[in-house]
Design a protein around this ligand. Structure first.
Ligand SMILES: C[S@@+](CC[C@H](N)C(=O)[O-])C[C@H]1O[C@@H](n2cnc3c(N)ncnc32)[C@H](O)[C@@H]1O
Length: 237
């Protein structure tokens, strides 16, 4: 990794690790309050929930950049028995291990705290489906492109690959927000890379170098008025 990219990357990786930090008291409180079917409410939108269900019957699934693992938990609680859930954030994986126990799906999910080179060590043609939610659009473009290429390599023919993304900031939105975006589409907040701003068409062009585009859906998080976030369903042929 080039020095400049590494600097950007290290900052954003520690940002996300801090987002997922949870102290022991919070974990104990959460354990007490859980009833058992909260996994049904964990997806930030119904379309994301449905995306998880659409691959939950796949044999071997990868949740890449899983965070605290809501997608993995939905798939596991819906019957998927072989999920590999990976993230560079130690704190995210720690929380996923707590949730796995609470929802009684410890055997279904292998949660791993990885480094950024992990994909390179995975066997080719290994997975039947991949979900990668809100990861490649928060990374330096050179790293995102490498992740897409590696996901192509490690999936079997006919696999379904789902990428979900933030919304695209068009010129008008950028002017309103006063955001500076470099020519690769990278937007920084307080010096931390928070968005790789690419349009639907740009992402489609990147994905279709490897995959067939099956469907592009737009969705909103709870509380958002417009469905501007993107959900790409791809197939490896
Ligand atoms: C915006 S969060 C999304 C988390 C989760 N997928 C979700 O949808 O809630 C981005 C995640 O990507 C992870 N991440 C950053 N760089 C990564 C890399 N090189 N490989 C895997 N995960 C990475 C972060 O630690 C963080 O958990």
């Amino acid at each position: 990794m080039e020095k400049e990219v590494k600097e950007k990357y290290d900052k954003l990786a520690s940002f996300w690790d801090s987002v997922f930090a949870c102290d022991e008291n919070e974990i104990e409180e959460y354990k007490k309050s859980i009833k058992g079917d909260e996994w049904k409410e964990m997806a930030p939108s119904k379309k994301l929930f449905d995306a998880c269900l659409s691959i939950a019957n796949s044999k071997k699934v990868l949740d890449y950049g899983c965070g605290q693992g809501w997608a993995s938990l939905i798939m596991a609680c819906s019957g998927c028995i072989d999920i590999t859930s990976v993230d560079v954030s130690k704190n995210a994986i720690k929380m996923l291990n707590v949730y796995k126990k609470l929802f009684n799906v410890e055997k279904n999910i292998n949660a791993i705290n990885i480094d950024d080179q992990w994909l390179k060590g995975e066997d080719s043609d290994k997975y039947d489906a991949v979900i990668c939610s809100n990861v490649i659009d928060v990374l330096p473009f050179s790293i995102s492109k490498e992740i897409i290429k590696e996901i192509y390599r490690i999936t079997k023919a006919n696999s379904t690959i789902i990428f979900s993304m933030n919304y695209y900031l068009d010129e008008e939105m950028r002017a309103k927000k006063g955001s500076d975006i470099n020519e690769e589409g990278e937007l920084f907040v307080d010096g931390i890379l928070r968005l790789l701003n690419k349009s639907d068409e740009e992402w489609t062009n990147i994905f279709t170098k490897y995959f067939k585009l099956i469907k592009l859906e737009h969705f909103a998080w709870l509380g958002e008025k417009e469905e501007r976030r993107r959900l790409f369903y791809l197939k490896k042929e």
